[in-house]
Design a protein around this ligand. Sequence first.
Ligand code: ATP
Length: 463
Amino acid sequence: MVACWARIRGRLRDEVGEVEYRTWLRQMTLAGIDGEEAVILLPTRFLRDWVNSHYGDRLRALWQGEDASIRRVEIRVAQAASAEPVLADGEAAPARAEPAGLAESLAPSRPAELRAPEPRSDWVVPLEARFTFDTFVVGKPNEFAHACARRVAERPASPGFNPLFLYGGVGLGKTHLMHAIAWAIREGETARTVAYMSAEKFMYRFIAALRSQSTMEFKETLRAVDVLMIDDLQFLIGKDNTQEEFFHTFNALVDQGKQIVVSSDKPPSDLAGIEDRLRTRLGCGMVADLHATTYELRLSILQAKAAAAQVLVPAKVMELLATKITTNVRELEGALNRLVAHANLFGRPITIDSAHEVLHDVLRAHEKRVSIEEIQRKVAEHYNLRLTDMVSARRARNVARPRQVAMYLAKHLTQRSLPEIGRRFGNRDHTTVMHAVSRVSELIAQDAGFAEDVALLRKMLET
Ligand SMILES: Nc1ncnc2c1ncn2[C@@H]1O[C@H](COP(=O)(O)OP(=O)(O)OP(=O)(O)O)[C@@H](O)[C@H]1O
């Protein structure tokens, strides 16, 4: 029997390859033969189900090849107390899932403790007091992610929501939502332990455990929590050993009905450099996306933050910020904080002028870069001219006036000097550009129709 089982394992290893074998099959042990049935043990429900669905038929066929009287293969979860390993690969199989690879090779060989240790306080990163559901502003771009986060906070580990995978661009509220879940769970049910850490911290803890030969403690501590949250998972790209450790922690926790929440800047399917099997598991629960903010959401966030800080911010200032700072809520918040700090420091109210002055650098950095070519193209299109008319020597009014408008826009929308602009408009002198700029300014003041035309062009180029 021992020889049969060893041959079956050997065949499987050859068929599926070393990596797959070590991941899924290495921990199989043969409990014995019961009539026509071979009984195989695995340490967790997850592994049992996986092996059953992926390798069950193959195991049966291999057994039949060895011994035709065996018609069924039964795969069971080993009970921790009675998990006396039987006929593993010549080694004592642990009662719980253990990762293969580096961690394992450095793990001290002491018996697995059955009692779950208390999570160490230095493992759990403090939560940011501001990041609660109350302070999270909900709008179209984040309503789905927010609803999923609420659901997980109310009923951790519900089917379909485990893991919860939150993803989105920088500064769109992933960490905020994770902390909000943690706060809500801690408030609601103090018996639950919640551990939140960045993927980077996970890696450093793991490396430290390897160095101090305390990987068992590392595993047990993490596997004892009820909710594990790992922020910025993309950090694990290319970190194979840490990924492997996380994969096993992940499986052990989900197996025990514990909740996992993960955030990343990309969806699981785009996480190139994260092993396939981990990516697959990450996408198995609920994947929720935090979309780029809309103008309305940015405005609501600013209003909420101003109200929380109890400062009066004129609507025009909020509109300016919401229009200009479009990519990242953190920057939007930073700009508002700067305005408030400035107003407090000098005891002056916030106005549109003070906003332009204080945030000069931020607003400038967010200005859309427009090229002279783009301006020439847009203006030519608008006035139904050819692009070459912008640089030609033609002086007819219907060509010269649009050319002046384009020079005026180049002066206001780019950082180019007057001589540089002149050169780009058919090698004209800088005084020609100066004249064009002042002529267009005059016309804007005199002619509402013309002013509207120029404003429209400007808007098209700026947005
Ligand atoms: N919908 C929102 N309501 C209120 N505040 C928000 C919202 N979205 C983001 N913020 C705020 O923006 C800042 C950045 O958010 P957070 O740190 O959660 O972003 P992130 O998506 O985790 O970013 P990163 O990719 O850098 O990790 C925080 O101060 C957060 O409170």
